[in-house]
Write a new protein. Structure first.
Ligand SMILES: Cc1cc2nc3c(=O)[nH]c(=O)nc-3n(C[C@H](O)[C@H](O)[C@H](O)COP(=O)(O)OP(=O)(O)OC[C@H]3O[C@@H](n4cnc5c(N)ncnc54)[C@H](O)[C@@H]3O)c2cc1C
Length: 377
């Protein structure tokens, strides 16, 4: 039987791969997405789902531009995905308080507020009293807060599954438990991918394999460094809501979700590849959560989990075509902001695959030239 040829094969069924599949399917190109486990089984289901374009205080102006544009796409994306997939992604736009617990943090946040206001974003400084009026369960020890009305949140795994199902509704194909072993490259041009079941021919490949990106490309002699930064989280349930807005500090955040759940995250451990949830990690989060919201200690335990954020050495995601391999596109390394950046990443990558120039400047996200010895598989 002749193997079907696809225009584009996407490797990785996290939020990034699924968003790209959705955008390509909207453009009526033939697309196959391969995921080695289940859709949203890695970082994209561990995420707290914050759309923290302003809360994250990004160093890179270009990344900040993408982040705020991506955040603005969510209302339309939410409605589109609901219609196509039936999944409600849980978009909540009730804002975020970035808390200052020390005088230095207060100074730093005030500077960020004026910077963000000069860029046309909404942000304002709240005194401790004003912050407590807004969120009465907050600790009286807070010194003040940066109030960001436009930083919302979604349910990360629902968003990922909604992208996937919507892509399928528009004609994309998805295969789970399909582990891609390597790319098939001829004359520095990608011509297919290899799984244990054989070779699937295609014209383009988009690698969106999160922390698996580096090892996937290694057999082809391509060196695209992405390393894991493990994060642990837990959640509690309360019968009456303790919070309306997301509460965010450097070491800990509290995200109020549907059905009385509050997600508390997240630890940060570079290069840790295991998904164990440790007592040390959870107890340090509990202490920080109590400092912010003392009444959380009366809440009922719900669950704990961990995931690996895909990070790059230059702290920016890769978005582009590989300089040494025609037809190989990479979208990986979204670190702490893959959920937030997923809508815009989908559009940018679909533009690139179609040979169009994206509307946004993505030169800062180019793929590095470095190669291992080229094997040409
Ligand atoms: C604890 C935690 C909290 C977070 N909170 C937030 C947040 O609040 N807001 C936010 O915006 N972001 C957040 N993030 C970051 C966000 O989760 C990631 O940036 C995002 O999920 C990355 O998506 P991805 O699709 O690139 O990677 P992944 O979700 O990891 O998906 C990659 C997929 O590729 C598959 N794969 C790998 N290799 C292969 C192969 N060879 N063949 C086939 N498939 C393969 C994997 O199985 C995986 O499913 C958080 C992350 C963590 C860990």
């Amino acid at each position: 039987m002749k193997t079907k040829t696809y225009e584009t094969v996407i490797v990785g069924g996290g939020v990034i791969g699924c968003s790209i599949a959705f955008q390509l399917a909207k453009r009526e190109t033939s697309v196959l997405l391969l995921e080695k486990e289940r859709i949203a089984s890695q970082a994209s289901s561990a995420a707290a789902g914050m759309l923290g374009a302003q809360a994250e205080l990004m160093e890179s102006r270009t990344l900040f531009e993408l982040a705020r544009t991506s955040r603005s796409l969510f209302p339309v994306v939410s409605a589109e995905l609901k219609e196509l997939s039936g999944i409600d992604i849980g978009l909540v736009r009730k804002g975020l308080l970035r808390i200052a617990l020390t005088a230095e943090e207060a100074d730093r946040l005030r500077k960020h507020i004026s910077c963000q206001q000069s860029l046309g974003e909404q942000a304002e400084w709240l005194t401790a009293r004003q912050a407590l009026e807004m969120e009465p369960e907050l600790s009286p020890n807070v010194l003040g807060a940066m109030y960001i009305p436009d930083d919302g949140q979604v349910v990360a795994s629902d968003l990922t599954n909604a992208f996937a199902r919507s892509a399928v509704a528009l004609g994309a194909e998805i295969q789970e438990f399909a582990d891609v072993e390597h790319l098939v490259v001829e004359k520095e041009t990608v011509v297919g991918i290899k799984t244990k079941d054989g070779i699937i021919p295609c014209n383009q490949v988009v690698v969106a394999a999160g922390v698996g990106t580096e090892s996937l490309l290694k057999p082809n002699g391509l060196h695209v460094p992405v390393y894991p930064v493990k994060g642990e989280c837990y959640s509690v349930k309360t019968s009456k809501p303790l919070l309306e807005k997301t509460i965010y500090t450097d070491g800990c955040y509290l995200v109020p979700k549907r059905y009385g759940e509050i997600v508390v995250g997240a630890t940060v451990k570079k290069h840790a590849c295991d998904r164990k949830v440790t007592l040390g990690g959870i107890s340090s989060l509990m202490q920080q959560a109590e400092r912010l919201l003392p009444s959380i200690m009366q809440a009922e335990w719900n669950r704990a989990w961990s995931g690996m954020r895909p990070q790059t050495p230059h702290d920016l995601p890769y978005l582009g075509e590989h300089p040494r391999c025609k037809g190989l596109f990479i979208a990986a390394g979204h670190y702490r902001n893959g959920i937030l950046l997923s809508p815009i990443t989908g559009i940018i990558m679909a533009d690139l695959v179609e040979g169009k120039t994206p509307r946004w400047d993505i030169s800062a996200f180019a793929i590095p030239e470095t190669v291992h010895s080229y094997t040409g598989v």
